[in-house]
Design a protein around this ligand. Structure first.
Ligand code: GSH
Length: 310
């Protein structure tokens, strides 16, 4: 079986924690997808041909539509493949809000434990990530702060363990959903990078049992695709996104405006293009690339800065 313009092409690498969040969602929804492996550090010429400038992982591609950031990827998966829903009990909004905790303070606590602990990263990786974060890494300071980081991590994992203490199978009840994926990838990343860090979990029996339940959901049906083939699919496809101006835009952004969109935390490389559609939760911009042709790049609004160009 070969991929086509309707296939989910997932630009990722296996040890990427944010990719794991989406792979777990593939498992929850029983989806078929193509893994397009990208380098762990820059340069990533094929990824940038699709996104314009966004370098972070994961990125999802369906035909000539490119989705940057796990938040918008999951929103689009829920839109295209609504059943089973990730919104357990019909809760539509707060699941995404919880993601702003798991992807920022919780994830940073995991990173603090990893960097402050026994994980030895190679020099090229550290240099790349210093550039990504826009500041040098002070490993000695991180080691000194490690005891505090362990306490922070324990406090946050304890919220999850307490949530499960009434015997429920998943964080929001009997079925798995978005919040489970948001929480789980942090534990998977911790296990990958820090044996010492996982010790706090040993006192959290509900969380440990839940971890096994999430693991058992799997990753859906995975196939592989090359980076060149993914770009060829984008080039041959036409975006399905239609132009629409949102009357609720607080600053009057409208279809046709030239804009730059960048993350507000790290990896802020701006994606530039012509605004196609927007809402409180998404912005889609059209751009042309010599290799990928005309593509529409979709990004979230929460956590992103939109600037009108000239
Ligand atoms: N907010 C982003 C965060 C993505 C992120 O930080 N990804 C990491 C890998 S898991 C990354 O891109 N690191 C730099 C790189 O791979 O070049 C999301 O939810 O997708």
């Amino acid at each position: 079986m070969t991929a086509n313009a309707q296939s989910i092409i997932f630009h990722q690498y296996d040890v990427s924690p944010f990719s794991e969040k989406v792979r777990v969602v593939f498992g929850m929804k029983g989806l078929e997808w193509y893994a397009c492996d990208q380098p762990v550090i820059m340069p990533k010429p094929e990824l940038l041909a699709l996104t314009g400038a966004y370098r972070k992982i994961p990125v999802m591609q369906i035909g000539a539509d490119i989705y940057c950031d796990s938040q918008i990827i999951i929103r689009e998966l829920e839109r295209r493949f609504p059943s089973p829903s990730l919104m357990v009990g019909g809760d539509q909004g707060l699941g995404y809000g919880v993601g702003m905790w798991t992807d920022r303070p919780l994830f940073l606590a995991v990173v603090a434990v990893l960097f402050g602990g026994d994980w030895v990263a190679d020099e090229a990786f550290v240099k790349d990530r210093e550039k990504l974060m826009g500041r040098p890494f002070d490993i000695a300071a991180m080691r000194e702060a490690a005891p505090h980081a362990h306490e922070q991590l324990r406090a946050q994992f304890d919220w999850l363990d307490s949530q499960l203490a009434d015997g429920r199978s998943f964080l929001m009840g009997d079925a798995p959903g978005l919040i489970d994926a948001d929480a789980y990838y942090n534990i998977a990343f911790l296990r990958w990078g820090s044996a010492a860090g996982t010790k706090v979990l040993n006192h959290m029996p509900h969380l440990l049992a839940w971890e096994q339940r999430i693991k058992a959901l799997g990753h859906g049906k995975r196939r592989e695709i090359s980076r060149d083939d993914a770009i060829a699919i984008a080039h041959a496809a036409t975006s399905i996104t239609t132009a629409a101006t949102d009357p609720g835009e607080p600053n009057g952004l409208k279809a046709g405006d030239r804009v730059a969109v960048s993350a507000d935390d790290y990896g802020r490389d701006p994606v530039e293009g012509e605004l196609v559609s927007s809402s409180a939760q998404h912005i889609a911009v059209r751009r042309h690339d010599a290799r990928a042709g005309d593509v529409v790049v979709h990004l979230p609004r929460a956590g992103f800065v939109v600037t009108r160009l000239g």
